[in-house]
Design a protein around this ligand. Structure first.
Ligand code: AMP
Length: 173
């Protein structure tokens, strides 16, 4: 999208959090209300087009974009949280990150069987995080109806980990 306000706001931070990683800092987008709103509107439109009945946000930047999308659509917001953060009974999935490994969890009653879940995060890198979120949703009987990302790092091939699912990314690097 050529008139995406967020395009010129994303800041490259070299060697964060580890040497060799070029970190895409999205905080300037959040500080620009029109750009932030536009990103949320575009993700919400795609979630709606894919029939989302719930939005799953991946901690923590997936919460920032996922919550306004869920409110815009009037559907439940479900948290996929890092290990040890959720208080109630939960299921767990481990995954490899571009820079390390991590674990993501979801409450056992977060989705109903057959419920269409649209997964939101700020950035698609290797796709390991998003694939773990798919496993959580499907273990609960939910149906992944699509993904919304602000940024896709195409050179890392994350889409290969998410074959068969509709993926919408607003910006590709
Ligand atoms: P992945 O599982 O490799 O697709 O990594 C995606 C998750 O890691 C997202 O939640 C991103 O916020 C974060 N992430 C991975 N690589 C980067 C990067 N280069 N810049 C900013 N965030 C990143």
């Amino acid at each position: 999208m050529s008139d995406l306000l967020a395009r010129d706001l994303i800041r490259d931070v070299p060697d964060f959090p580890k040497p060799g990683i070029l970190f895409k800092d999205i905080t300037p987008v959040l500080e620009h209300p029109a750009a932030f709103q536009q990103v949320c509107d575009l993700i919400a439109a795609d979630a709606k087009a894919n029939g989302a009945e719930a939005i799953v946000g991946i901690e923590s930047r997936g919460f920032i974009f996922g919550v306004p999308v869920a409110l815009e659509l009037g559907v439940p917001f479900v948290m996929a949280r890092k290990l040890g953060k959720l208080p109630y009974d939960r299921i767990t999935e481990e995954y490899a990150l571009e820079y390390g490994t991590n674990t993501v969890e979801m409450h056992v009653d977060a989705l109903k069987p057959g419920q269409k879940a649209y997964i939101v995060d700020d950035l698609l890198a290797t796709g390991g995080t998003a694939a773990a979120a798919v496993r959580l949703v499907e273990r609960l009987g939910g149906v992944v109806c699509g993904f919304g990302f602000m940024i896709e790092l195409g050179f890392l091939g994350g889409r290969e980990n998410l074959l068969g699912y509709p993926i919408h990314a607003l910006l590709e690097f």
